[in-house]
Design a protein around this ligand. Structure first.
Ligand code: 2AM
Ligand code: CA
Length: 283
């Protein structure tokens, strides 16, 4: 964070401290609700699930952020109409706010509903379109990933660095199945077909934010996914950058809050990853 940004507000808590507090509180609460889901609603499609826990977690984070920073803007997944057009419009409308909190209260809702322990709370703070704080919390493993622009990335206080693999052949790469079936799913399947024989192996964990945190932590060499929203990516994007990795859209163009098709890596394998995705898209 640059020195001319006001770092404190009510109660003297820094942006990062509030983000950590929100993620930890919400994460602890969603973990306590694991296995209790009785009512399941679908949003955009049968693949797009939402529960009372998503909504409750977002409410909790919104209230806490609002207490400390009442003049900051807030963009949460559950506050936006379902579907890719509405989420793209939301970030177009709000992306330039002076301070914008970008929140996914449960990233990996499908996993949460099924009790598959790979979901997270993702909280980012952007200053005029640039992410300055990113926190991803995995309550199943009690792992808190934190990055502040210019100050590095940390998991439970330990500095994180991306992995060292130099080629796709040495790489463990993750992706995700997009819910949108007409454009994004076929595009992703082409990418999977192209990359599967070229990488050490592929993983599809089901939480984009956590996959990005794993790239930052050096547990994955890279990650790509189509049709994500700002709240899936923003916090993890800063984690990857501050851990020394690279982030772009799948065509290799620089990351910004409006990017929906994302590629992230340890940097070394980035060009190769993007090139394979580009070639696959032409098939
Ligand atoms: P979510 O659980 O917050 O919806 C899984 O591949 C990743 O895609 C998750 O991060 C998931 O986030 C995200 N995702 C984006 N759009 C989705 C949708 N319509 N349905 C399910 N997952 C979606
Ligand atoms: Ca979500």
């Amino acid at each position: 964070m640059s020195d001319n940004l006001p770092n404190n507000a009510i109660g003297g808590k820094s942006f990062t401290a509030v983000a950590i507090n929100c993620a930890a509180k919400a994460g602890e609460w969603i973990q306590s609700k694991l296995g209790t889901i009785t009512q399941l609603d679908t949003k955009y499609s049968m693949h797009d699930l939402v529960t009372e826990v998503d909504k409750g977690s977002e409410r909790m984070i919104r209230n806490l952020v609002g207490t400390h920073f009442p003049h900051h803007a807030f963009l949460g997944e559950e506050g936006v109409e379902p579907g890719p057009e509405a989420s793209a419009k939301a970030i177009r409308d709000m992306g330039d706010e002076e301070y914008l909190w970008i929140v996914d209260p449960v990233d990996g809702t499908t996993n949460f509903v099924h009790g598959f322990p790979f979901f997270s709370v993702s909280i980012a703070l952007a200053h005029r379109g640039q992410v300055i704080v990113g926190v991803v919390y995995d309550p199943s493993r009690d792992e808190l990933f934190v990055a502040e622009r210019g100050k590095g990335a940390y998991v439970h206080g330990r500095s994180m660095r991306v992995s060292q693999e130099l080629t796709l052949g040495q790489s463990l790469i993750a992706t995700g199945f997009p819910a949108e079936q007409h454009v994004a799913l076929p595009a992703n399947l082409k990418g999977i077909q192209a990359l599967a024989p070229k990488v050490r192996n592929l993983r599809m964990g089901g939480s984009a934010a956590l996959h990005l945190a794993y790239v930052a932590a050096g547990r994955l060499s890279g990650f790509w996914e189509y049709n994500l929203s700002a709240w899936d990516i923003a916090a993890g994007a800063l984690l990857v950058e501050e851990a020394g990795g690279r982030l772009s859209d799948v065509a290799g163009e620089p990351y910004h809050l409006g990017v929906r098709n994302v590629a992230a890596s340890n940097g070394h394998v980035h060009d190769e990853l993007v090139e394979e995705l580009r070639k696959a898209s032409l098939t």
